[in-house]
Design a protein around this ligand. Structure first.
Ligand code: FEO
Length: 410
């Protein structure tokens, strides 16, 4: 992970920057927002190899005008310039309190003193706490409630945990457009207004893995709720618009609820090469048995790629040497990450080398215990692996291949 290399350049240079102009989606519905080409880290945790975007949308009915979401406050000037030609806002809809979408709300509310901020009941207190929005400006909407803008109608659908408990999406009924905020988003900086699935599939899966996967059991109902609207278009607040919603809907259904695939993920760290010898042997043995393996050197890997691999995996084998009796800290981090992301793998174990004693297996098993997966026989060796250690790895490969026998291909 790297810190944001452009942080020092993220200066608000009002009036001197040529910003992206609003772009029409359908009549009187426009994309607004900011493309953050240079951002490389989100939440001081998540790598952004392809940058990101913060999409806002302007809907102008015959009687009322509404802005849906805003942008990260670092790029507030872009949105405010785009709003230059908008004399009045009746409402601002906030789907989510996280600051990459809501951080510019105070600026917008200051520019438009008549505007009310619409959100879920759960978001009301959060806006007061996180952004000091005056309660008098807030309007809570119930699940399914509608708002007439004249010849256009918004319907608010509560969709908790995509990504926080207060989240909702909005259906623009006449145009069958769902504004989904984080849901169905992708961290992808692009000038493409509409998603080309072959370009978006990978960043959308990465986004799902990093942001949505911890809530996968809860979001299945939210996917159904969106499907029930038969949307013609899904407009997320990160990445391009899905003007053909089927690929992203089907992908989400598969990622969240599909059976695991014939994939074993093998994150490992090796200090002096012994654990790597075990890893190499096991990977070869698994490949020989028809099991697809995704191998990650934790000393160098992009954690987002590891998270993506966990979306489909059926088995995780963590390779770690023993450091001060326990697992290597990078292996601890990987196990913690796996437990936090709650992927659907069913089997796990540990392989690794130790010097004189080890509690690595117990500690990793404890970290992974919330996942309730089957713990396969670990393979730990003292120093450099011997013939019996390689034989144990072959047995482990047999056990994994047996459990993967009826799984979908990778
Ligand atoms: Fe894009 Fe959860 O904020």
């Amino acid at each position: 992970m790297r810190s944001n290399p452009s942080a020092g350049a993220r200066v608000h240079v009002w009036q001197e920057v040529l910003c992206m102009k609003p772009r029409q989606i359908v009549e009187r519905v426009q994309w607004l927002g900011a493309i953050d080409w240079d951002r490389r880290l989100f939440d001081a945790l998540i790598p952004l190899p392809d940058g990101t975007s913060y999409n806002a949308y302007l809907v102008q009915g015959s009687e009322k005008t509404v802005l849906l979401d805003t942008v990260d406050p670092a790029l507030a000037h872009v949105l405010m310039e785009q709003l230059e030609g908008v004399p009045r806002l009746d409402y601002l809809v906030a789907h989510h309190v996280e600051q990459d979408h809501s951080g510019t709300i105070p600026v917008v509310l200051a520019r438009y003193p008549e505007a009310k901020l619409i959100c879920t009941p759960k978001a009301v207190g959060m806006f007061v706490d996180h952004l000091r929005v005056p309660e008098a400006r807030l309007v809570a909407v119930e699940d399914g409630e509608t708002l007439s803008l004249g010849d256009k109608t918004l319907q608010f659908l509560h969709t908790p945990w995509v990504h926080w408990p207060e989240t909702m999406v909005t259906l623009l009924q006449e145009d069958k457009i769902i504004f989904s905020c984080d849901f169905f988003g992708s961290h992808l900086a692009t000038t493409d207004l509409y998603a080309q699935w072959d370009k978006v599939h990978f960043p959308a899966k990465r986004y799902y893995a990093e942001i949505m996967m911890p809530f996968r059991k809860l979001i299945v109902k939210n996917i159904e709720k969106v499907r029930a609207c038969a949307p013609a278009m899904i407009c997320p607040s990160h990445g391009p618009i899905h003007n053909e919603p089927e690929p992203i809907l089907a992908a989400y259904e598969d990622w969240a609820a599909g059976e695991p695939r014939n994939v074993a993920v093998l994150p490992y760290v090796s200090m002096h090469g012994s654990t790597k010898l075990l890893v190499d042997h096991l990977v070869a043995a698994l490949a020989e048995r028809g099991v697809a393996v995704e191998q990650f050197d934790l000393a160098a890997t992009d954690l987002g790629k590891l998270a993506m691999a966990l979306v489909d995996a059926a088995t995780v084998v963590l390779g770690t040497p023993t450091v001060l009796v326990g697992p290597h800290p990078l292996a601890v981090q990987a196990a913690y990450l796996a437990a936090a992301l709650k992927p659907k793998f069913r089997h796990a174990t540990v392989i690794g080398s130790y010097g004189w004693g080890s509690k690595a297996v117990e500690q990793i098993a404890e970290t992974l215990s919330p996942l309730k997966c089957e713990v396969l026989a670990p393979v730990l060796c003292k120093g450099i692996p011997r013939a019996e250690d390689y034989a144990a790895l072959d047995s482990l490969a047999d056990a994994i291949a047996e459990r993967h026998r009826d799984l979908r291909p990778a």
